[in-house]
Design a protein around this ligand. Structure first.
Ligand code: ZN
Length: 185
C-alpha cells in the first residue's frame, strides 16, 4: 500500500541493525535529543510500529514523560502518511481501541516532517518533533554523520562542500545509490 522506490540500506547503530539508514538516523537523533527509544517494540492489529519513544515533559499537569508509537517512512510531505495506521491513534485511541502510548506518530525524512496528536497540559493537539527538541536541525545533521554509510560519504564529500542541505545531500546519496545499482561508473 505504501510503496516507495528508494532502496533501504540496513544500517547498524549502537548494536542494533535497522532496516534503513533513515531508521538508524532517527535512533541516533533520539539519543542526541535525550529520548528513550525501542526498535520494533510491539505488534498491533495491522501495524508494527518502528519505534516506541519516551521523552520528558516538564508540565505540571502531565506525567513525567510522553510516549509515542512511531512509524518511519522516507516521506518529505506528511500527507503521504494519509491512511496509514500511524495517523489513526490521536490521543492514543481509535474507535474505542487504545494503544499503550499517548499517540501514534508519523516520522518522515527529517524532524520537519513529523506529526502526532496527544494530550499535553490542560489541552494538547497537533504536535511535532520541532516543538520538543531544541536545535533539532543541528542534531539531525549530527545523527546523519553518525550513521553515514562510509563509501557513500566519501563519494559525496569529494563532490561537495558543507553547504549542501540535508535534502540535497540525501538526493545526491539516492542518485549515487541508483547509479551504483545500474552499474554506472
Ligand atoms: Zn506534557
Amino acid at each position: 500500500m505504501f510503496h516507495y522506490k528508494v532502496k533501504a540500506h540496513p544500517t547498524m547503530y549502537n548494536g542494533v541493525q535497522y532496516r534503513s539508514r533513515l531508521e538508524a538516523r532517527w535512533a541516533a537523533f533520539f539519543d542526541l535529543a535525550g529520548w528513550k527509544h525501542e526498535y520494533e517494540p510491539i505488534d498491533l492489529p495491522g501495524w508494527s510500529p518502528d519505534f516506541r519513544v519516551t521523552f520528558e515533559c516538564g508540565h505540571s499537569e502531565c506525567g513525567p514523560d510522553h510516549t509515542l508509537l512511531v512509524e518511519v517512512k522516507p516521506f518529505f510531505d506528511i500527507s503521504q502518511f494519509e491512511g496509514h495506521p500511524c495517523m489513526r491513534y490521536a490521543y492514543g485511541r481509535s474507535n474505542g481501541d487504545a494503544i499503550p502510548a499517548d499517540a501514534s506518530a508519523a516520522f518522515g525524512a527529517n524532524p520537519e516532517v513529523t506529526f502526532w496528536e496527544m494530550a499535553h497540559g490542560a489541552g494538547g493537539g497537533c504536535d511535532c518533533v520541532m516543538n520538543w527538541v531544541e536545535f533539532y536541525g543541528d542534531k539531525w545533521r549530527q545523527a546523519g554523520n553518525i550513521v553515514q554509510w562510509k563509501p557513500q560519504a566519501k563519494a559525496v564529500q569529494s563532490n561537495s562542500e558543507e553547504k549542501l542541505s540535508d535534502a540535497a545531500r540525501d538526493a545526491l546519496t539516492k542518485l549515487y545509490n541508483y547509479r551504483r545499482s545500474q552499474g554506472t561508473k
